[in-house]
Structure formats: structure tokens, C-alpha cells
Design a protein around this ligand. Structure first.
Ligand code: SAH
Ligand code: SF4
Length: 365
């Protein structure tokens, strides 16, 4: 028996092609997408506006299957972390961060991460493989089963999705782009392009490649103002140094509406490493020609790292220098660190095999 097609693997265009392949009109795809992503229906029998013989055919050949949630942890600040089973004994993590005016979901794109930034727990856990579309969008689907789908909802639905969980999204490009299309589609999650963020360690050729083809918010994880330090903190910098990455980012911004002309620069503050007054001034000089807002992330400690979070005073001093130089600066509040759900604390359960998928995809670009 051949395996059933998981409809969560299909982009809206793939879904239309699938319906046409069944001899149906493309609008059936819109109906299917709505049932799945706006009502959370996984049983074809419940899709009442689809004729019975098609429902039967779909039940024979297709399924709607998101990875199962195996653990749920709730932080004292309301943040929730779920671990999802993606088979083979491996787990990926997803974090829901409720705020007054929004519900932000932080999703993973890879099992582990091959970039191995010096301070990141995900990087330290090794790398196994890229997540498939159903495993990425499945995180949003599962979270929606908890907080509610848009058409079936008493609570606040997911309003923002950030690809800041485990993995480097731009090393899993095909699947990340399909996921993005589902997030943006009016027939699926219908999120505004400003509310979907791809965060990257700076895979310059991929940023160039997607410029003008996908329009969502872009965040660049910079963390250092010179190549010497960035080579150590973010090893992919040896391949794509700062100047190349910033030039690719500008190219992306030129073709984007979602960013309102400004990229978000993420900067993890590490005590005694990149948090001095000189570091702050060097960062101002580096970014003087890059329209941006800067997100300072005080380091979140974890057992795989000896780095330390700077004192509140050092963080304040760093932030003040950037503000005086005219930058828009936000300090990211630490959410969910009591359950290891804060930035860079996600580890999931990764069977490291540190080659294959991501390296292959990165070589082909
Ligand atoms: N791989 C992508 C997205 C996931 S990481 C990227 O690097 O952008 C999301 C953010 O968390 C990045 O800015 C990353 O640098 C930051 N981060 C990683 N480890 C951290 C830690 N221990 N403390 C604070 N931020 C961390
Ligand atoms: Fe990977 Fe991002 Fe962690 Fe770096 S910070 S190891 S790119 S997940």
C-alpha cells in the first residue's frame, strides 16, 4: 500500500495542482485549505461543502497529519513550550509567547542546526535534518489546536509567526518558502506579511535568491560588529562575511514592502565579549548605512555554554549609546527562561549526524 499524501506538505499552489490532478476545479483547494487551517478539521468526512464521492476519494489517498505534541510546559509568565514528536526518537520545540495585543509563535525549521553558533543551545545539540513542510506548518497547526483556529475560536488566535526556534530557515529554503505561503494565504492562516519573520544567521546567497520572490519580515542575527569576532560567534560568517550579508540584506529590503525599509538586527549581548562601549560604537559605525531597528537580546544561559549575560548596567549602557546615535533599539524581554523556552535555549531531542541535508542544500546555492 502506498503511503497517503499528507496535505500539510502542500503549498496553496500544490493543493490546487493536486485538486486538478483529481479532475477537480482549483477552487476545491481553497475549500480544503479553509477546512484545515481556519477550522482545524482533519477528517474529510466533516468537510460538508465537499461532495461525498470526493470526500471518500480523499480519505483513501490523503491525510491531514501534524506531528503530535508529546510535552507541554508552561512558564510562570504565560509562555508555553511544546515538544513535538517527528519520529525516529527526535523532538522539535515550538514556543507560544502571549502578549497583550498578540500571540506570537516561535517555530523550528530544522532538527538541531548545522551553523553551530558559539552561544546557542540548538547549535550545541548538533544537526540531524531539515524539517518537512508538514513538520513546520504542523507546529502552527498544533498550537492552533490549543489556542483556537480563526473560524473556530473563543481565544486570541496566533497573530505572529517567527522562525526563531531550532534551525537556520535559509538552509531549508524550499520547505520554509512553502510554509510561508501557507501562513500568508487568505485561505489558510491569512497572516499579514509583516507578522511573519524569517530570522537568519546570514546566508547571503539565499537572501539574494529570495529577494523579490518572498516578502516577509527579515531579521539578521549579527551579534558582532567585525568579522574577526563574528567568525567565532557565528561560524557561517567565514563563508559569508558581514559586508556580503549586509549587501544582500539591502537588496532584499529594496524589493520588500513587509519590512517598511528596515531590517531587524538581532544582537545577543555576551558579557565581556561584545558588550563594551567600543563594541557599541563599532556597531553604530557598521550599521550607519543600513536602515534597521536593533533588537538587543541579553544572553540566555544554558548548560552547553560558558558565556555570561552582561549586568543590567552594561546592557543599559550599550542600549543608550545606540539610541544616542539615532537607532531604534528594543531590548528583548526574556520570556519563558524558567522552562528553557527563551531565545537560544531550545534543544529538542536531536540525533546528530551533522552532514547531509543542510550541507547539501547549502552547497547547491
Ligand atoms: N537560526 C536563526 C533563527 C533561530 S535562532 C538565527 O540564528 O537567526 C533565533 C535567535 O536567538 C537568533 O538571533 C540567535 O542568535 C538567538 N540566540 C541563540 N542562542 C541564544 C542565547 N543563548 N541567548 C539569547 N539569544 C540566543
Ligand atoms: Fe543555528 Fe540560529 Fe542557533 Fe546559530 S543561533 S546555531 S543559526 S539556531
Amino acid at each position: 500500500m502506498t503511503a497517503k499524501l499528507n496535505l500539510l506538505d502542500l503549498s496553496p499552489q500544490d493543493m490546487a495542482d493536486f485538486c486538478v490532478s483529481l479532475g477537480e476545479k482549483p477552487f476545491r483547494a481553497q475549500q480544503l485549505l479553509k477546512w484545515i487551517y481556519q477550522y482545524g478539521v482533519t477528517n474529510f468526512e466533516d468537510m460538508t461543502n465537499i461532495k461525498r464521492d470526493l470526500r471518500e476519494r480523499l480519505s483513501e489517498i490523503a491525510e491531514i497529519r501534524a506531528p503530535e505534541i508529546v510535552t507541554e510546559q508552561k512558564s510562570s509568565d504565560g509562555t508555553t513550550k511544546w515538544a513535538l514528536d517527528i519520529g525516529d526518537g527526535q523532538l522539535v520545540e515550538t514556543v507560544l509567547i502571549p502578549e497583550d495585543d498578540r500571540n506570537t509563535l516561535c517555530i523550528s525549521t530544522q532538527v538541531g542546526c548545522p551553523v553551530k553558533c558559539a552561544f546557542c543551545r540548538t547549535g550545541a545539540s548538533g544537526f540531524n535534518r531539515n524539517l518537512k513542510v508538514h513538520e513546520i506548518i504542523g507546529q502552527v497547526f498544533r498550537a492552533a489546536t490549543r489556542v483556537g483556529f480563526s473560524e473556530n475560536n473563543e481565544q486570541k488566535p496566533i497573530s505572529n509567526v517567527v522562525m526563531m526556534g531550532m534551525g537556520e530557515p535559509l538552509l531549508n529554503l524550499t520547505n520554509v518558502l512553502k510554509t510561508t505561503e501557507i501562513l500568508l494565504s487568505d485561505y489558510a492562516f491569512a497572516l499579514s506579511k509583516r507578522r511573519v519573520t524569517i530570522s537568519t544567521s546570514g546566508v547571503a546567497p539565499v537572501i539574494d535568491k529570495i529577494a523579490g520572490k518572498v516578502d516577509v519580515a527579515l531579521a539578521l542575527s549579527l551579534h558582532a560588529a567585525n568579522d574577526k569576532l563574528r567568525d567565532i560567534l557565528v561560524p557561517i560568517n567565514k563563508k559569508y562575511p558581514i559586508a556580503d550579508v549586509l549587501s544582500s540584506v539591502k537588496h532584499y529590503l529594496d524589493k520588500s514592502n513587509a519590512n517598511c525599509g528596515r531590517v531587524t538586527i538581532e544582537y545577543v549581548l555576551l558579557a565581556g565579549v561584545n558588550d563594551s562601549v567600543d563594541d557599541a560604537y563599532e556597531l553604530c559605525r557598521l550599521l550607519s548605512h543600513t536602515p534597521c531597528k536593533i533588537n538587543l537580546i541579553p544572553f540566555n544561559p544554558h548548560e552547553s555554554s560558558d558565556f555570561k549575560r552582561p549586568s543590567a548596567k552594561a546592557i543599559e549602557r550599550f542600549q543608550q549609546i545606540l539610541i544616542e546615535k539615532g537607532f531604534t533599539v528594543l531590548k528583548r524581554s526574556t520570556r519563558g527562561d524558567d522552562i528553557a523556552a527563551a531565545c537560544g535555549q531550545l534543544a529538542g531531542q536531536v540525533k546528530d549526524r551533522m552532514q547531509k541535508a543542510a550541507t547539501i542544500e547549502s552547497k547547491t546555492i
